[in-house]
Design a protein. Structure first.
Length: 425
């Protein structure tokens, strides 16, 4: 936005800030929040504090630095209020779990480490955050953020003290951080109907089991080497000789990679499906849905543990889910795979639409990063990082509200109504 557009939106922004930052106790702090959001939304290559302060007529670099890096306001109630506004507005078809990397120089930025950096596509010095987004085909909004603390930071008292990492914030796997975020949102009364995620999460049997245990549907990507049994495979139990432990039920054949299960059906078994309109016309490809039983040591142990907890015994049967497979035009073999615990009679078109809906957060991440400076924060502290991502989320939420709002201000504007709006831009 240029300065004129920001000025025209000042009144609406003031109302937005008054609501979203109502938990921030001091009026001057809320005013700094308003100022920071305008700085994020103004055109400019860098959205770090110094250049933003220089572009704002009321910008004061020292005040903004203090507000973001040292002021003790709690970002969690702010994120909660954003989520409470945005979920009814967006009317999400799913929640998307994702992670995002922030390339960094040096070793003193909070939770920085040499790890895989998605922004660069390789191992690099970076921070990584896990996020949960409400997503529909027309809009998305981050609802939660968790900064991933690498193992090397868990016991590094010096760096933890300098960056202000709370005592309870230690190393925790990304899939656990995602479930933690979903649990916190549930505590706010916000529960997804479906969770979607890439293979970094979908590949993990514990993550899928965590969603299943919470009664949450999922459509998650997996790699082609995930193994599974066909749906009709049945375990058998060898006769017991009377000595030693009784034999456990086992599947007669080894599980197959999902790539082999899918390819065995042949291209003729795949059906064309369209999931949305793209800039160049309908987005379509060929898909197949199969019922399978995911295998592997961890999947088996989770199933056995659940059965033992419920009735004290296990018949060896692995839970069944839907395997969705895509065979792209011109490809010699299937190209993409998803697992879903949605009901077996879920239409193929709906599975495909949910599997592909993550495109929306990738689209909106460009605005979060390039338009609103998500990855431009130059501070080093735990508090500063969480303040910054919360403020960027607020700026993105405000812009999303304006895009989804009717042309004219009415009493039924999406910032005040509670019912889900029609999904038009």
């Amino acid at each position: 936005m240029d300065a004129h557009e920001v000025n025209r939106a000042r009144a609406k922004l003031a109302l937005f800030v008054a609501d979203v930052f109502a938990s921030v106790p001091r009026k001057d702090q809320r005013a700094k929040g308003d100022c920071y959001l305008r700085g994020l939304m103004l055109d400019g290559r860098r959205k770090s504090i110094q250049p933003m302060a220089e572009r704002l007529p009321d910008g004061n670099e020292q005040n903004l630095q203090q507000f973001v890096n040292q002021s003790p306001w709690d970002p969690v109630p702010v994120r909660r209020r954003i989520a409470e506004r945005m979920v009814p507005l967006i009317g999400p078809d799913a929640w998307a779990v994702d992670d995002v990397a922030f390339p960094k120089d040096g070793k003193m930025s909070v939770a920085v480490a040499h790890q895989y950096c998605g922004a660069l596509g390789k191992q690099a010095n970076c921070q990584v955050a896990v996020s949960v987004h409400a997503v529909s085909d027309t809009a998305s909004c981050p609802l939660q953020w968790r900064l991933f603390v690498p193992k090397e930071w868990a016991d590094d008292a010096g760096r933890r003290r300098k960056t202000g990492i709370p005592q309870g914030a230690g190393h925790r796997e990304k899939w656990r951080l995602a479930l933690d975020s979903i649990d916190e949102l549930a505590g706010w009364g916000l529960v997804p109907t479906v969770v979607v995620a890439d293979a970094g999460y979908g590949q993990n049997a514990d993550f899928r089991d965590g969603l299943q245990g919470r009664g949450i549907g999922y459509v998650v990507a997996v790699r082609s080497d995930v193994t599974a049994h066909p749906h009709d495979a049945e375990p058998v139990t060898s006769p017991w000789s009377g000595n030693g432990r009784k034999p456990q039920p086992r599947y007669r054949d080894k599980p197959s990679p999902v790539a082999a299960l899918a390819a065995g059906h042949g291209r003729q078994a795949f059906t064309e499906a369209t999931w949305r309109q793209g800039s160049r016309g309908p987005m379509r490809s060929h898909f197949l849905a199969l019922r399978v039983r995911p295998a592997g040591v961890r999947a088996r142990r989770l199933a056995q543990s659940a059965a033992t907890t419920q009735d004290g015994g296990w018949d060896g049967v692995l839970p069944d889910v839907t395997l969705l497979v895509e065979w792209s035009e011109g490809a010699e073999a299937p190209t993409d795979y998803w697992l879903s615990n949605l009901p077996a009679d879920t239409p193929l078109a709906e599975l495909v639409r949910l599997a592909k809906i993550r495109w929306r957060i990738e689209h909106d991440y460009r605005e979060l990063k390039h338009g609103l400076g998500l990855d431009h924060f130059e501070g080093r502290s735990w508090m500063g990082w969480h303040h910054h991502v919360t403020l960027v989320t607020a700026a993105h939420a405000f812009l999303t509200e304006q895009r989804l709002a009717p042309k004219a201000d009415t009493a039924n504007s999406p910032s005040t109504r509670s019912s889900t709006p029609s999904k038009t831009c």
